[in-house]
Write a protein that binds this ligand. Structure first.
Ligand code: G3P
Ligand code: CA
Length: 289
């Protein structure tokens, strides 16, 4: 009996391992089987969003990058937001300033004045005469570009899972309202709590859900570093699913379209995109598109 249980246990463990490893390699497999096309070969027009402003054009999430992304003709610039200790919305990818500036520290433990003393570093680690921008400064830049004839929107990603930045959704909604920007601003996040919170505040704002991977055939997605349940009912308020390029499948894109929603794919930097009928690309190289 013990021997039989042992064999059964081993068999079950083996099956679980096969399933888990299947899912672990499926992004690679899907990525390999997707056909790639250039912009002119795609069967439908796509919008181009400059990721972190166009991180291959200038240091990511800086005013210089946003200006470069806009001048490259991007339909939107993408940026990541956090909240400082004294309640200002700061634009930066990471929760700390360590990687992108010459300073150290967690954004939610620093004041804006402290962060503004720091200088941005480029990819090579060279310190530049540039500072991390606030969201208000990016709004000013974009509105200035609008006045000069560049009709560029903003795709604002709320960072910080599980209410790390208390009140960031209210502050963001207030700023969008003050800037009269509801028509050209979109809010995205991996975090369902942040998206649901934004939806409760403003039912008419366009919201987009970031997806690292949709598990084929299962109602589960990986959003960042954890798994969430997936259904179109759950995400009824979402307008677009913004998916990682290595794990996108044609069938998921078609399913999303059948529910009247869109798909954007990130980040596609070499001017070639998987041929999956997507609606938009999010790219570090908007100049290639
Ligand atoms: O817009 C998609 C992308 O920004 C999500 O990943 O880590 O670059 O913010 P990340
Ligand atoms: Ca982002």
């Amino acid at each position: 009996m013990t021997k039989r249980i042992d064999k059964m246990t081993i068999l079950i463990i083996l099956l679980i391992l096969i399933v888990i490893s299947g899912y672990a390699i499926s992004p690679i497999i899907m990525g390999k089987f997707n056909k790639y096309k250039t912009l002119s070969q795609l069967s439908r027009p796509v919008t181009v969003t400059a990721h972190r402003g166009g991180a291959n054009l200038a240091p990511e999430n800086t005013l210089t990058a946003f200006k470069a992304g806009i001048e490259a003709g991007a339909d939107m610039i993408e940026l990541d937001i956090h909240m400082t200790k004294d309640g200002h919305i700061l634009v930066c990818h990471d929760e700390t300033v360590d990687r992108t500036t010459n300073g150290k520290g967690r954004i939610n433990e620093m004041t804006l004045a402290e962060i503004k003393k720091l200088k941005v570093k480029n990819h090579a680690g060279k310190v530049l005469n540039e500072h991390l921008p606030t969201l208000a400064e990016v709004f000013s830049l974009v509105k200035h570009s609008h006045a000069n004839g560049y009709k560029c929107g903003m795709l604002i990603e709320v960072k910080g899972m599980n209410d790390l930045y208390q009140g960031i959704e209210e502050a963001l909604a207030k700023m969008i309202e003050q800037q009269e920007a509801r028509e050209w601003v979109v809010v995205q996040s991996f975090d369902d709590k942040a998206l649901e919170h934004m939806y409760r505040i403003d039912k008419h704002l366009r919201l987009e859900k970031l997806v690292a991977m949709k598990f084929p055939g299962l109602p589960i997605i990986c959003d960042g570093f954890h798994l969430s349940s997936f259904s179109f009912d759950k995400y009824h308020y979402i307008s677009s699913f913004n998916c990682y390029h290595g794990a996108i499948s044609r069938s998921f894109v078609d399913e999303v379209h059948a529910h009247g929603k869109e798909v954007k794919v990130w980040t596609i930097d070499d001017g070639k995109a998987p041929d999956v009928n997507m609606d938009g690309v999010i790219t570090n190289s908007p100049d290639l598109w």
